[in-house]
Design a protein around this ligand. Structure first.
Ligand code: FES
Length: 125
């Protein structure tokens, strides 16, 4: 990464659809930009586990276990209020809003500042 931060145009807003992502190279840095519930989030494309290309993994809602009133498991369900990115190398998951692994809070992605204007999407890093 450069020694001083720079704000870089990465594309039109339509390139980051709701629930989707745009992965771009800015110089020798790869950044993943996500849109969820209308908000943009961006991270370096480097998994906290072993450096895999995390931003290119599957995007899925959080999976939760359904427990009945008696405490019995009734299987699993998607929680559509939370979206995760799954690293394609070994399956570490990160909450797109926070960049944090839900089961291992010490594993977190490196956030990149992102903003949007009428011209499109910019990252600053
Ligand atoms: S490098 Fe991402 S899960 Fe291992």
């Amino acid at each position: 990464m450069p020694a001083t931060s720079q704000r870089v145009y990465v594309g039109a807003s339509a390139r980051v659809p709701e629930g989707g992502r745009l992965v771009v190279d800015v110089g020798d840095t790869t950044i993943g930009i996500f849109r969820f519930q209308g908000q943009l989030y961006a991270y370096l494309n480097t998994c906290a586990h072993q450096g895999g290309p995390v931003c290119q993994g599957k995007i899925i809602p959080r999976v939760t276990e359904v427990i009945d009133p008696g405490g019995e498991s009734r299987g699993f369900a998607f929680d559509e209020s939370s979206l995760h990115i799954v690293c394609p190398w070994h399956g570490f998951e990160y909450d797109i809003k926070t960049g944090v692994h839900p089961g291992r809070p010490s594993a977190r992605l490196i956030r990149v500042a992102v903003d949007e204007t009428s011209e499109g999407v910019y990252v600053t890093f």
